[in-house]
Design a protein around this ligand. Structure first.
Ligand code: GLN
Ligand code: ZN
Length: 752
C-alpha cells in the first residue's frame, strides 16, 4: 500500500501567496520576489508531505491563480486580444484571470465559472478557429525539476486532462471540440514525453468531467482521446484521476483502456464503491482510492474507511484523498480558540496527510493503537443536540411547506396593499461597504469602540442611505446591510450551532478566499438578528422597507456541513431558524422580506438524474418552510446571483416566492424566453445593469434594456433593479447608476 493526495492548498498557511500576489499587482514587489515566495510555499508544502510520509507527492498542483488556467495557458489557448498586449508571460497569465487596464489599453478578463459543485471558480477559455493548440508552457516541468532539487524523489506530475479541458471550454468559432482532437492529443503526448524524460514514475491526469452525465458523443470523445494518448505513454504510468462524483457511464471503458491507475472518489457518493463491487477492478491496474474527504473538515473514521476499502476486493490500492485538498483550509492546529471537544474532530489539509499515514499503517496491520484511538474519538463525538429543535423538525407536516392563499390571490392582495407604480424599482440589499464601514467593524472587533458607538455609526449610515433612496425616487427601499461582513458568516454568528475558524481560509478564485462557518450543533435562533436594523430603517420612511435575510440553502451550502446527519435535517433546522426571523420581522411591521438564495444552484448534483432526489427535493421545501406561514399581505422576495437556472425553472417557481431578482444584464434574453415558455409565475427583476464592473450605465441604455424585457414579459410582473448587491462598488458610481436606473424607469412608464 502507498499513499498520495490529489493536490494541496496553494495559498499558503497564512495566505502568503495571496498577499504577495496582490503586492505584485500593486507594483510593491518585483516579479522575482513573487516567484521566490511561490518557491518557498511549494517547498514548505512538499516538506510537510514528506514529513507525513506521503509516498507520491503531487507536483504541478501549485497555481498562481487557477489550475485550469494553467493548463490551457500552457497549451497556447490564449485569445488574440491578450497576446496583443505584449506582456511578460506571468503578466499575460494574470491578465487572462483578472483583465488588464492601463492608460491606453483595456481588456476584459476571461469569464469565470464555478468548478463543478464547489465554491471554487475556474476561468473559461474561449477557442475560436484560430486557436492553435500546442505545448508552449514549461510550468509543470520546471516544478518537477524544482521538486527533485528539493529532495522530492517521488513526484507525481499533475495536470488537468484533455477531456475535461474540452468539456469545460467555450467554442465560439465554427470548429468544435472534436475538430481539435488531434492537436490536443499531440500536445498531451508531448507532455507525457517530457514528464517521462524527467524520470517521473506517475502522471495524474485529472478528469473530473467524467463525473457529469456522459452521452454517446462524449464517450466517444473520451475513448478516442485516450486510445490515442495512451498508445504514446511509453514507460510513464498514467493515472486517470476523477473526483466529485462517480464515473458510471465510462467505468467499463476505463477498465479496458490502458491506464495504469484509476482514481475514484469514494466519499462524494457510494456509486463508485458499487461499480467496483459489481464489475470488479482490473488486476493489472492500481486503484487510487479517494477515501480521505477533500471537501470537508472532519476527521476520518478509520473503522468505516477500512471497512469500505476491504469491501472492494481490489488487489492493488494506493490510498488517496477524494479530491484535491484545495477545498479545505490549511491546518486545524492553529484553531486553538475553538472548544477542545470541537478542535479534536477537525482535520484540515495538514491533518489529512497524517490520516493517510495512519490508515496505511492500519491496513498494513501495524496500527491497532491508532485505530483504537480513532474509534474512541468517534464514540465521544458530542454534537450539542437540542431537544426542542429535534421535536420541532420531527413534528413538521406537509402543510408547513405550503403558503396559503395561492400566488394569484396573493398578487391581488399585495397590489392593493403596496400600491406600487408599474415597474417598481428596488436594489438587491447591500450598499457600498466603504472603508469607514469596514473600519468601524474592525474597531468594534478589536474592542476599540463600544457596542453603542458601533451601532450608532451603522444607524447614521442607514439614515443617510434611506434618505438617498428617497431622494432619487426608488420605490422599495433597503437598509444597506452595513452590519454584515459576509452574507453567510453574519447569520452563522447569530445562530446557535455554528462555530468559526480564525484562519480557515479556502480559495474561492484567484487571490480571493472564503472562510466557511462550521455547523457543529443543532441550529436554532436564540435572538432576533436583523429586526433592529430593519425596524429602524422603516421608521425613517413612509416607503416600504425590504427586510433582508440569507436563505437556508445558501447558509448550508456555504458552510462545512456535519456528516452525522443528513443534509435535509440540517437545512431544515436552519430553515426553521430563519423562519423565526421572518415571522419576527413581519410582526415588527416589515412588509416585504427578501430571502437570498445566492448559492442555490451551486450544489446541484453533477448528474441530472440526481438533481431532484439528491438535492432539490429537500432544498426547495427548505425555502418554502421559511416563508410558508406569513400573511398574504407580506411579500416574499428572493435573489439568485446567477441566471443559469434555465434548466430548473419549475423548481425555482416552486420556491413560491412572490418576486425573484437575478443576474441578466450580461446574459442575453434567452432565460427570459425560457421563463415565458415555462409559464413562470413568480414576478421577476432581471438585473438591468452589471454591478460587477465600475462602469455607470446611461439612462438610455437602461431604458432600452427595460423595453427589451417588456417585449417578452407582461408589465405587471416586471421589477427594475441592478443584478446583485452593491457592496463591492464605490459610492459615486453606485449613486450615479441608481439615479439613471430610476430615471430610465420613469421614462419607460411615461411612454406607456
Ligand atoms: N442581499 C445581498 C447583497 O445585496 C445579496 C448578495 C448576493 O447575492 N451575493 O449583498
Ligand atoms: Zn447576487
Amino acid at each position: 500500500m502507498t499513499t498520495t493526495i490529489i493536490g494541496f492548498p496553494r495559498i499558503g498557511e497564512k495566505r502568503e501567496l495571496k498577499f504577495a500576489t496582490e503586492k505584485y499587482w500593486k507594483h510593491e514587489i518585483t516579479q522575482s520576489e513573487l516567484l521566490q515566495t511561490a518557491r518557498d510555499i511549494r517547498l514548505k508544502h512538499w516538506k510537510l508531505q514528506q514529513q507525513a510520509e506521503i509516498d507520491l507527492i503531487p507536483v504541478g498542483d501549485f497555481s498562481f491563480f487557477d489550475g485550469f488556467l494553467d493548463t490551457f495557458f500552457a497549451l497556447n489557448i490564449v485569445p488574440k486580444r491578450f497576446r496583443q498586449l505584449e506582456l511578460s508571460t506571468l503578466d499575460e497569465y494574470f491578465a487572462l484571470g483578472r483583465g488588464f487596464q492601463d492608460e491606453k489599453r483595456s481588456v476584459k478578463a476571461l469569464p469565470m465559472k464555478k468548478w463543478f459543485n464547489t465554491n471554487y471558480h475556474y476561468l473559461v477559455p474561449d477557442w475560436d478557429d484560430h486557436t492553435d493548440v500546442k505545448l508552449v508552457g514549461t510550468k509543470l516541468f520546471d516544478e518537477i525539476k524544482e521538486a527533485k532539487v528539493a529532495g522530492v524523489n517521488n513526484p507525481k506530475a499533475v495536470i488537468i486532462g484533455p477531456y475535461t479541458l474540452l468539456k469545460l471550454s467555450r467554442f465560439s468559432g465554427s470548429k468544435k471540440a472534436p475538430d481539435f482532437l488531434e492537436d490536443v492529443v499531440n500536445a498531451y503526448a508531448e507532455i507525457l514525453n517530457k514528464v517521462s524524460e524527467l524520470e517521473v514514475g506517475w502522471i495524474q491526469i485529472d478528469e473530473p468531467a467524467l463525473c457529469f452525465d456522459v452521452n454517446v458523443e462524449d464517450r466517444q470523445l473520451f475513448n478516442q482521446l485516450y486510445t490515442s494518448l495512451l498508445s504514446q505513454k511509453g514507460q510513464l504510468k498514467v493515472l486517470l484521476q476523477t473526483y466529485f462524483g462517480d464515473i458510471r457511464d465510462v467505468y467499463e471503458d476505463t477498465q479496458k483502456l490502458d491506464f495504469d491507475g484509476i482514481g475514484l472518489d469514494l466519499v462524494a457518493t457510494s456509486h463508485n464503491v458499487e461499480l467496483i463491487q459489481e464489475n470488479g477492478f482490473d488486476d493489472q491496474k492500481v486503484l487510487f482510492a479517494g477515501i480521505i474527504n477533500g471537501r470537508n473538515i472532519w476527521r476520518n473514521s478509520y473503522q468505516s474507511s477500512v471497512k469500505t476499502l476491504k469491501s472492494l476486493g481490489v488487489k492493488n490500492v494506493i490510498l488517496s484523498s477524494s479530491s484535491s485538498l484545495l477545498h479545505v483550509p490549511f491546518t486545524a492546529a492553529s484553531e486553538t480558540q475553538l472548544p477542545p471537544d470541537v478542535q479534536q474532530h477537525l482535520a484540515f489539509a495538514v491533518e489529512k496527510l497524517d490520516e493517510l499515514h495512519d490508515l496505511n499503517l492500519i491496513l498494513e496491520g501495524n496500527g491497532q493503537e491508532v485505530l483504537n484511538k480513532n474509534t474512541a474519538l468517534f464514540k465521544n463525538i458530542r454534537h450539542p443536540e437540542s431537544e426542542k429543535v429535534r421535536t420541532r423538525v420531527a413534528s413538521l407536516t406537509a402543510s408547513d411547506y405550503v403558503r396559503e392563499p395561492g400566488r394569484n390571490e396573493r398578487e391581488k392582495i399585495q397590489k392593493a396593499e403596496f400600491n406600487l407604480p408599474v415597474l417598481p424599482t428596488t436594489t438587491i440589499g447591500s450598499f457600498p461597504q466603504t472603508r469607514d464601514v469596514r473600519q468601524n467593524r474592525a474597531k468594534f472587533r478589536r474592542n476599540e469602540i463600544s457596542r453603542e458607538e458601533y451601532d450608532q455609526f451603522n444607524k447614521d449610515k442607514i439614515k443617510r442611505i434611506v434618505e438617498f433612496q428617497e431622494d432619487i425616487g426608488l420605490d422599495v427601499l433597503v437598509h444597506g446591510e452595513y452590519e454584515r461582513n459576509d452574507m453567510v458568516e453574519y447569520f452563522g454568528e447569530k445562530l446557535d450551532g455554528f462555530v468559526f475558524t480564525k484562519n480557515g481560509w479556502v480559495q474561492s478564485y484567484g487571490t480571493r478566499g472564503v472562510k466557511p462557518p462550521i455547523i457543529w450543533g443543532d441550529v436554532s435562533r436564540n435572538a432576533p438578528i436583523t429586526v433592529d436594523a430593519s425596524v429602524y430603517a422603516q421608521s425613517l420612511t413612509d416607503k416600504v422597507m425590504k427586510g433582508m435575510l440569507t436563505g437556508p440553502v445558501t447558509i448550508f451550502n456555504w458552510s462545512f456541513p456535519r456528516e452525522d446527519i443528513q443534509p435535509k435535517e440540517s437545512v431544515t433546522q436552519i430553515a426553521l431558524a430563519i423562519q423565526d426571523e421572518v415571522l419576527d420581522l413581519e410582526e415588527h411591521g416589515i412588509k416585504i422580506i427578501q430571502i437570498d438564495e445566492a448559492a442555490l444552484r451551486e450544489k446541484l448534483p453533477l448528474r441530472k438524474t440526481d438533481w431532484f432526489k439528491e438535492y432539490l427535493d429537500w432544498a426547495i421545501p427548505a425555502f418554502r418552510l421559511v416563508h410558508s406561514s406569513v400573511q398574504p399581505t407580506t411579500q416574499i422576495h428572493t435573489h439568485m446571483c446567477y441566471s443559469e437556472f434555465g434548466d430548473i425553472i419549475q423548481a425555482i417557481d416552486d420556491m413560491d416566492a412572490d418576486v425573484i431578482s437575478f443576474e441578466a444584464s450580461r446574459a442575453d434574453l434567452v432565460l427570459i424566453d425560457q421563463l415565458v415558455q415555462a409559464h413562470f409565475e413568480t414576478e421577476v427583476g432581471p438585473g438591468v445593469y452589471d454591478i460587477h464592473s465600475p462602469r455607470v450605465p446611461s439612462v438610455e441604455e437602461i431604458q432600452k434594456i427595460i423595453e427589451g424585457f417588456l417585449t417578452k414579459l407582461p408589465i405587471k410582473s416586471l421589477w427594475v433593479n441592478p443584478d446583485c448587491g452593491l457592496k463591492t462598488r464605490g459610492e459615486k458610481e453606485t449613486f450615479d447608476s441608481l439615479k439613471n436606473l430610476v430615471e430610465a424607469t420613469k421614462r419607460v412608464r411615461s411612454s406607456l
